[in-house]
Design a protein around this ligand. Sequence first.
Ligand SMILES: Cc1ncc(COP(=O)(O)O)c(C=O)c1O
Length: 402
Amino acid sequence: MPITEDQLLGTKELIALEEAYGAHNYHPLDVVIERAAGAWVYDVEGKRYLDCLAAYSAVNQGHCHPRILEALVEQAKKVTLTSRAFRNAQLPLLYKELHDLTGMEMTLLMNSGAEAVETAVKAARKWGYTKKGIAAGQAEIIVCAGNFHGRTVTVVSFSSDEQYREGFGPFTPGFRIIPFGDAKALRAAITPNTCAFLVEPIQGEAGIVIPPDGFLREAAAICREKRVLLMVDEIQSGLGRTGKLFAYMHEGIRPDVLIIGRHWPEGITRCRRCCVEGDSGRIRAGRSRKHVWRESTGVRGGAGVAASADRRETGGAVGGAGRVFPGEIADVAQPSSERGTRAGLWIGIELTTEARKYCEALKEEGILCKETHSHIIRIAPPLVIQREEIDWAFERIRKVLE
Ligand SMILES: Cc1ncc(COP(=O)(O)O)c(C=O)c1O
């Protein structure tokens, strides 16, 4: 017998239902959110919390942003889904807007971040075979230790973290792992079969790990010199999280493929340089029968509602991220913690003990954040958070960590 919403279940009952009938693939904090607005969420008991995770950057724009809601509702009344069998009136506008925003030549919309990464992998391999002349089946992609690019079989094939791989083999071959931030290792790992280097400019899941200054710049130069595509995964770091529109901009480089998502309802892969410059061209995303995207599509890719909502969302809240959270993270890193890193509105507080209990204590104080790995607290509020809210949060974070 289905349970109806008017039965008004409380926190305990809802958690019990979820545990009984939902696959245990995650370890959420025991707070059951019912509604949200801006940087705040409210649980089923009516208690208010400051969201300091922003759904891993998916709601950078804040919860229930009125302009996005308006666009969703407006579009839902017109048409929700066309599939890619037909064209729709929103998609071209979104493509153009993304081009203007990022400077990338073309966009491909996917359904999730992992799928966008998989598509980038496919595109790079195809480019390697058709443009670089790599022998069939030999293409290699270099990735970094500590990476997190999603959870599909191919993507976990190149994870260096056993927890993401255990029990899911056999894995997809063709990947080499180098230490994150090590340009020398990148150079050494490149072979004539290397088609791409896939990298997060700042590793989010690993705990907001910032590479040494100049690493991306050097990596970009090496990739160019060796004719290897630089593919930057900005799914968590992009669109303002680190204080610039994209984190790669801190190093003044341009990737060949930019992977973003989250802030949009779907993952997005973008490719720059679709035009080849003679034979030395990098990547082709043209319209010929052979183009690299040809086998990459999805029924929902570019759906009308999503495209319409996306368009309302660009121009978001980039500005604040670079200047907020005053004082060094060391300020809040009291005896229980060792060190922290910060990039704009993205903070990792590394503890000497289990982070989970601190996240639970913060929840009691009205702040929602989440551990990554066992000992790092990740703080990544919506970018619309206000100065007073930040001060409010930090008072409590200090109190809990002291
Ligand atoms: C850098 C990065 N890439 C890819 C993904 C995978 O995205 P999704 O969960 O939408 O598949 C994530 C998810 O956290 C991520 O942080």
